[in-house]
Every structure is written in structure tokens, then in C-alpha cells.
Design a protein around this ligand. Sequence first.
Ligand SMILES: N[C@@H](CCC[C@H](NC(=O)CCC(=O)O)C(=O)O)C(=O)O
Ligand SMILES: [Zn+2]
Ligand SMILES: [Zn+2]
Length: 405
Amino acid sequence: MERPRPRRGADGCEEPEGPAVTTPSALDVLRALLRCPSVTPAEGGALDVLQGWLEPAGFAVHRVVFSDANTPDVDNLYARIGTGAPHLVFAGHTDVVPPGDAASWTHQPFAGEVADGMVWGRGACDMKGGVAAAVAAALAHVAERGAAMRGSISFLITGDEEGPAVNGTAKLLDWARERGERFDACVLGEPTNPSRMGEMIKIGRRGSLTGEISVEGRQGHVAYPHLADNPIPRLMRALDALKAEPLDAGTAHFDPSNLEVVTVDTGNPSANVIPAECRARFNVRFNDTWTPATLSDEIRRRVAAAGVGAHRLSFAPCNALAFLTEPGAFTRAVAEAVEAETGVAPALSTTGGTSDARFIVRDCPVVEFGLVGQTMHAVDERVSVDDVAALQRIYGRVIAGFLSP
Ligand SMILES: N[C@@H](CCC[C@H](NC(=O)CCC(=O)O)C(=O)O)C(=O)O
Ligand SMILES: [Zn+2]
Ligand SMILES: [Zn+2]
């Protein structure tokens, strides 16, 4: 369902029709975004802010709300300027994780304050900063080229990345495809740099599979263990078997796959009762030597070989497969833009968590590059004001290079 929105200024307030807005800096856009409390799945005014900048500059802006069973409705934004190729799309999310205890923050999490050379607020690095830099770079490019602009620039912005990722980028891409939109390359501005700008570009991500194993025993009195059957040692054997051998040795672009046990639980409140059941949950971050099906088969095989007796093994639906954008002209172009601005040749990496790039890669090559992610999801999330400006310049170079003849 698409719904029209009023014209809004950078602060999200309704604006009268008037002369074209001036080109904002990435910092202007970022501060306006940070003032929007867009904790997933709330839009919080963040997409209105983007619309308020993009529409007056000539972008055709669409707001699309997606729904699904058992998940909240989510507002998404698609904006495009130009009708021809090449078509460069910037993707990202304006939703953020909750701030936690606001009283623990040095500056309020939704105030967008600038202090000590940093801009502070929830989402500053993950990833309102990346979105703001892309919007500012695109607006500057459009203003500079005017009618002579070649190709198209688009924005695919969701409010459902930190949440279940059901009513966000994946559906927005389906919607765009149905409208005949075709993308040639995508830049996603997640915070990819571990400690300083220029260190790392992401050209892929590992997949993520979550499973649960439950081993059955027989409940009884701890003082009469011969009358019971404790499932805990058998579950431990199963978990040992899962970790005993590496899943693989990694590949040219991926680290070895890794399984981590994240919970072990009996739900037993008593110290003198042997529990009837013991459960564990695990998550595997897997490389492109596996699919969810081959990986779950291997896990079943390992558990069966451990001889743990009666058990149940199940896997959550998996929408995060490993993917890779092969290094080539586009990854090189982004790396060169990064190096030109930062003086650092970025590593091409597939480390870290999952991202929405996994959906976009079905349509076009995707490269992720954004700010320094050291404080993402943390109290006092912040980014350097200089880094935000540098990111705008890097994106400006990418746009100019990609859209030039
Ligand atoms: N929408 C996700 C939610 C979990 C995604 C999460 N990704 C990150 O933390 C990214 C961090 C990074 O950039 O490395 C994860 O990997 O669990 C979902 O669909 O589940
Ligand atoms: Zn993010
Ligand atoms: Zn995040």
C-alpha cells in the first residue's frame, strides 16, 4: 500500500510550497534524523525527513507500508531521480535499536547534539549517518549537474532492518521489481569500519542459522538418581559434538563457519530435582560452502553420531544466506573512492553480522561502506563530525564515477 506524504522540511515539520531547498550537508541531514525516535518498527518522522529533502530536489518519492502475519506494519521509502541507466541505488535503514537507559547517555539519545567533534545519538553510526551522507552526496550531485545529470540515483530505505526484516528491504525490492525498476549497483551504508574510516568495505556477509536441541530424560529425586535419567550430560555430549570439529576451513573470501551455543536451559527451579528435559539454542554464522539445508543435515548427523538418545532438533526459518559480490569493477570503484578520501586502502571483508545486502544482491552487485561502528547499539552511540563529511565526499566520488560516461 502506497500513501502520499506532505512536503516536510529537514526537521520533519510541514513546510509551505516555496523555492527549492538549499543543498544540506550530511551533518544537517544526520542531526535531523537523530531527532526522530525511529526505534523499530516506528517510523518516528525519519522517512518524512528524507522525503522533505529528496522531493523538492526532484526525486520521485514513494512511501510503501508492508504488513505480514505476526509482524508489525513497516513504513519504507523508495525515491528515484533520473529515468535512464546507469542506475545507482543507495540502500539503508532509518530504524534504530532502543537507546536503553537514556539517563546513562552523555547526550540525550534523540537530540542530535554535536559536542567534542562528535555527533551523538542512537543510530548515529548504525546507520542514520550512512543514510545522511548518501542523501547529502546525491543532492549535491543533482544540484551540481542539473539537467545534464546522467543516469539515475535511487534510495531504498527501510524501517525494518533491526527487527524481523520481513516488512522491509526484501518486500521493497519485490515492489520495485514489479514497477520495472532495475538497479546496476548498490551502496549500503552500514558502519563497516572497525576503528577508523577507510579500513573496511564489506563485499558479502555470512549466513545465519538458528537451531534448538532438546534432550529428553526422566524426572526424579537427585538423591535417587537410579530412578531418574538426567538429560543434561547427554545434551552436553551433543553440544560437544557440534563444536568438536570445525565446520569448514573457510574460503578465499570467508572465514570458517562458526557455531555458538547461546542458551542452555532446563527450566528447573529446584536443587533436588533431576529435570525431565534440557534444551539448548545455537546459532551458526556460515559461509558460502553451506546452504541452510546442507548445514542442518550436518548438524543432525553430528548429533545423531553423538548417541544422545531421545531428542528433538529443530531450526528456525532462515532468511539469511551467505552471499558475495565478487571483487570487480564496482568493488574497485568504491575502494578507490575510499582510498582517495582517507588515504587507506580498504580490506574487502565478509565479517560481522547479517545485513539487508543479502536481499539486494539478487538484483545487483552490492558494496557496503559506512562510518566507524565502534559504538553501534551501545550507550553513547556517536560518530566523528569529520568522518560524516568524509563519507559524504566518498559517496560523491562513487556517484560521479558511476554516473559519468
Ligand atoms: N534484521 C536482522 C536482525 C539481526 C541482524 C544482525 N546484524 C547486525 O548486527 C549487523 C552488524 C554488522 O554490521 O556487522 C545480526 O547479524 O544478527 C534479522 O533479519 O534477523
Ligand atoms: Zn544497521
Ligand atoms: Zn544494527
